[in-house]
Design a protein around this ligand. Sequence first.
Ligand SMILES: Cc1cc2nc3c(=O)[nH]c(=O)nc-3n(C[C@H](O)[C@H](O)[C@H](O)COP(=O)(O)OP(=O)(O)OC[C@H]3O[C@@H](n4cnc5c(N)ncnc54)[C@H](O)[C@@H]3O)c2cc1C
Length: 378
Amino acid sequence: MIPRSVFTEEHDMFRDSVRKFMQREVQPHWEEWEEQGHISREAWLKAGEAGILCTHIPVEYGGSGVDFRYSAIAIEEQGYVFASGPGFSLHSDIVAPYILHYGNEEQKQKWLPKMCTGEVITAIAMTEPGTGSDLAGVRTTAVLDGDEYVINGSKTFITNGQLADLYIVVCKTDTTAGAKGVSLMLVEGNRAGFSRGKNLKKVGMKAQDTSELFFDNVRVPKENLLGQKNAGFIYLMQELAQERLSVAIIGAAAARACYDATVEYVKERKAFDKPIAAFQNTRFKLAEIRTELEVTQCYVDRCLELHCEGKLSIDAAASVKLWATEAQGRIIDECVQLHGGYGYMWEYPVARAWADSRVQRIYAGTSEIMKEIISRTI
Ligand SMILES: Cc1cc2nc3c(=O)[nH]c(=O)nc-3n(C[C@H](O)[C@H](O)[C@H](O)COP(=O)(O)OP(=O)(O)OC[C@H]3O[C@@H](n4cnc5c(N)ncnc54)[C@H](O)[C@@H]3O)c2cc1C
């Protein structure tokens, strides 16, 4: 593979420690976590201790204050061990930035240090049973009543939904204003009237807790508003770029892990008295996969560089998400094919990766929505 130039020696040292963490604290728990439908709280605390959570958060709020490449490393190393269970990246790279960028000093002091240690687990609740792609169409409302907002509505498909202690909830604070009536509200998991629905049964990502959430007259102090009232939609548009880049990064990493596993497999597996690696079809397929991986990785790395320079536009983030997740789908599907029937067996990592990868083209905005965003700039 083409050597990557996006990381320094310091990044490589961090990668080494994250790799050891993933091999020691994540990989061995795969089956147990899949059976229970979520990872353990202990794993969150250990990730915090290992300095894997919220690395980019400034030191004064408990993070390491490093660039987004460190987040990328944590995401990739999780992908390389096929671990789709831990929602570390959603917590660190998607939720934490909202609090850092739009929270007031009190909110940052209250939440960020505990998010860095893993004592507080977070989630972001945008999607509702009736609306996903059309975020401006959310129906959950937050109505000011004295010094409190009263929240009513429901959310679904929320990652970290069962374990989270704190949710950023996308609400309507003005039901007549469309996108201009959207606000972000911090809701603690122990508020009266708040309840978690069932841990949803999914096709893949079985160790990841994904939930419905219900808000029945949930009262939160008005200080729980994150940022300005009715500015939530703009915040979402700004922050979704990093979310989409993160999804592209995991896509490239998961595809790479499947390619590596497949190369090993085809050298061992025999048919017609020779390793299946000897067939021209196998060699050509692997050549195609590796080339597509190289293209994808170079593209993801360039977008990562741009993001670290603060130059990754919303449409560029949509493009890299579109490309990397579609490529991931194609590559992993071929890897399954090269495994034959074993590629369809859950105990084989490529089978899990195949099931896990399907949602990459759906969440954080579907491929079709990515095309909408890109095409608006043409
Ligand atoms: C495992 C998992 C984890 C998730 N985690 C979270 C989370 O943590 N927080 C959260 O808020 N959400 C989360 N989601 C929700 C996810 O972001 C949504 O499912 C996604 O945005 C699509 O919304 P939808 O399911 O309502 O599909 P719909 O919006 O109903 O879309 C259905 C189909 O219509 C297409 N479509 C819709 N609009 C257009 C259009 N304008 N042009 C062309 N085609 C269109 C879509 O592309 C799709 O193919 C998660 C989902 C899953 C499955």
